[in-house]
Every structure is written in structure tokens, then in C-alpha cells.
Ligand binder design. Structure first.
Ligand code: COA
Length: 318
């Protein structure tokens, strides 16, 4: 069985917060944010709009692009660091929202690497016959764990959701070619939240040592891309599109430069969406599919890095 991405969808909350609007709240400027990160704006969920609402909208968009009803779905994996509730999972809520009752549903917590981890879970379900059509969703309301007084972090993040359908296809050359997953918990002090359910009974707010995370991001996303291509029996020359986790445009350009991948082969969405954590890669996939950049047979490399630290990469033949 091949695990093929057959559809994509996404959802961004309608409220847009510009850099200038943030500069009214904290000591920052549009020029600083653009120059250091490439970010110009971010979407922020409205009051009452929760991660499962975003995830459901992205899932519905993916089903619309697939052209079939939710009843064909037999598995849901949601990557998120910002679930509505500790339990049940966002995935279970999406299942209920879609009006379906069959198949597995679970959330995956690997921060900004979450979508790649979630793809590996869905791939495993398909390879072992547990499921045949899995909604794999990255969905976040990062705005709920941001310290809006901290200019070091509040300018970097946004809310949103992206979804793909990973489908069992009997034969052919399309589909997941290789996945690499890594983690190093020793780096937990670099990026995380102050607090959480079992420590402070709150979700906590985000902290980050930006420069250190940047350094690990460039080094680890570049090396894991190479390792995953090698596992797939491919080389850098085979890559049609680099669709990395979107944390910082400078970081993406540096990774591409290290890998000697042309900048034109990078899909960059961070300017309009900022860092939506586990949602950045499926959001970027949806944009690149809809604007026609992704064509059948294209080799796509999707490296990511996030809190944990966790990192990984999926190489897929589109
Ligand atoms: N506006 C204005 N100034 C700011 C600022 C902001 N929003 N945020 C930080 N600064 C200041 C700092 O206080 C510092 O001032 P100082 O020199 O007086 O101490 C100065 O800008 C430089 O800060 P520094 O942290 O060295 O900037 P940087 O060039 O490393 O950029 C990040 C900061 C956060 C943009 C960058 O480190 C980054 O993108 N890191 C990785 C982020 C990431 O990927 N996170 C998620 C991973 S999943």
C-alpha cells in the first residue's frame, strides 16, 4: 500500500493582526519584525473560537477538495499543542463535528514538529490496515498560550489549521517515500511553556531562547532533510519543493542555502501567517496545491523542528 496525500484544506481565522497593531501593545516595530522574521501579519482566533473549530473547518475544506463525504474517513490524527480541553482530544471533537462515528481519533503532541509526527501515525495506520483514509490535521490557537507582554515571542506566532487526507492507494509511485523522527529532551529549557495542567493547572505561557532555537532549527532541519532523502533513495537534486516548518523566513532561506536548494523551490507562508506551530506545513501544502505549484510526481521535502526539542522530516512524492 502507498500512503498518498490525495487532498488538502485549510482554515485561517478572519481576524488579522498586523505588525503595526502589535507595536501599539509592546515595544516593537513593523521594520524590526519584518527584518528579523519576514512576518508582516498573523491571523488570531476570535473569542470562543477554539482549536477544534479551526481543525474542523480545515478538515471540511480537505473533504471538499477530495470530493467525497466524511463517511469515507476512518481515522483522524490532530497535531496540536493547544487543545480545547485536556480531554477529550481535538480529533474526537473533529470526528463528532464531521458527523461520523467510525475509526480512530487521537491527538499528537510534538509542538511545531507535530504534523510530521502525525503523518507518521497515519502512515502506520495505513501500512498496518488499521485505516484507509486518514485526516491528518495540524491545528493551533497559539494566541492562547502567548504572553502578549513579551515582545520576544508575541510577534512570532499566529493561529490556523491545515488538513490533508492520507489515503491507502494499492500501487504506483506517489506517496510517502520516507519519514525521520527525532527528539532530544535535554533541550527542553530552550522552548516550552511556563506551566501546564499537572504543574500549574493552567495551559501556561510560551518562553523561548530565540537565538539557540534558531541555531538548532537551521542545523537540524537541514541535516534531517538530507537523512530523509537518503532513506528515500533520493538526492537534493531530486527535490522539487522544500516546504519546511514556517518559523522565520530568514531561517528557511538559511536552510535552503545550506542544502543548496534554490530559493524559488521553497514555499514560504510565514509572512502572512506567522508561526502557526503544527499547522504551518499543512497550511503551506494547501496553498501550494491550490496555486498549482504542487504537481503530481513532485518530490516534496517537509522538515520541521519544535519544542522538545523534536524534529523530523517527511519526503513525499506528490
Ligand atoms: N521588537 C523589537 N526588538 C526586539 C523584539 C521585538 N519584537 N524582540 C526582541 N527584540 C530585541 C531584543 O531584546 C534584543 O535587544 P538587545 O540587543 O537590546 O538585548 C535584540 O532585539 C536582538 O534580539 P535577538 O534575540 O538577538 O534577535 P534575533 O535576531 O535572534 O531574532 C528571533 C529573534 C526570535 C526572531 C529569532 O531568534 C528567531 O526567529 N528564533 C527562532 C524562533 C523560532 O523558530 N521559534 C519557534 C521554533 S518552532
Amino acid at each position: 500500500m502507498q500512503s498518498v496525500i490525495t487532498a488538502t484544506g485549510s482554515y485561517l481565522p478572519s481576524v488579522i493582526v498586523t505588525n503595526d497593531a502589535l507595536a501599539l501593545r509592546v515595544d516593537t516595530s513593523d521594520a524590526w519584525i519584518r527584518e528579523r522574521t519576514g512576518i508582516t501579519q498573523r491571523h488570531i482566533a476570535a473569542q470562543g473560537e477554539q482549536t477544534s473549530h479551526l481543525a474542523l473547518r480545515a478538515a471540511q475544506a480537505a473533504l471538499e477538495s477530495a470530493g467525497y463525504s466524511a463517511h469515507k474517513i476512518d481515522g483522524i490524527v490532530v497535531a496540536t499543542a493547544t487543545p480545547d480541553t485536556t480531554m477529550p482530544s481535538v480529533a474526537a471533537k473533529v470526528q463528532a463535528g464531521l458527523g461520523i462515528t467510525k475509526g480512530a481519533a487521537l491527538d499528537v503532541a510534538a509542538a511545531c514538529t507535530g504534523f510530521i509526527y502525525a503523518l507518521s501515525v497515519a502512515h502506520g495506520w495505513i501500512q498496518t490496515g488499521i485505516a484507509t483514509r486518514v485526516l491528518v490535521i495540524g491545528a493551533e490557537t497559539m494566541s492562547r498560550i502567548i504572553d502578549w507582554e513579551d515582545r520576544n515571542t508575541c510577534v512570532l506566532f499566529g493561529d490556523g489549521a491545515g488538513a490533508v487526507i492520507l489515503e491507502a492507494v494499492p500501487s504506483g509511485t506517489r506517496g510517502i517515500r520516507a519519514i525521520t523522527l527525532e527528539a532530544a529532551g535535554e533541550f527542553a529549557p530552550l522552548l516550552g511553556t511556563h506551566g501546564g495542567v499537572s504543574s500549574t493547572q493552567t495551559a501556561g505561557t510560551l518562553f523561548m531562547q530565540g537565538q539557540e532555537v534558531f541555531r538548532h532549527g537551521v542545523e537540524k532541519m537541514a541535516s534531517v532533510t538530507l537523512a530523509t532523502l537518503e532513506k528515500a533513495g533520493l538526492t537534493l537534486a531530486d527535490v522539487d519543493w522544500l516546504i519546511p516548518h514556517q518559523a522565520n523566513a530568514r531561517m528557511i532561506r538559511m536552510i535552503a542555502r545550506q542544502l543548496k536548494i534554490a530559493q524559488e523551490k521553497c514555499v514560504i507562508t510565514v509572512a502572512e501567517q506567522a508561526n502557526t506551530s503544527a499547522a504551518t506545513i499543512p497550511l503551506a501544502l494547501d496553498i501550494a496545491r491550490r496555486d498549482g505549484r504542487l504537481q503530481p510526481g513532485n518530490i516534496v521535502a517537509m522538515p520541521a523542528l519544535g519544542a522538545g526539542l523534536t524534529w523530523g522530516c517527511c519526503v513525499i512524492s506528490w
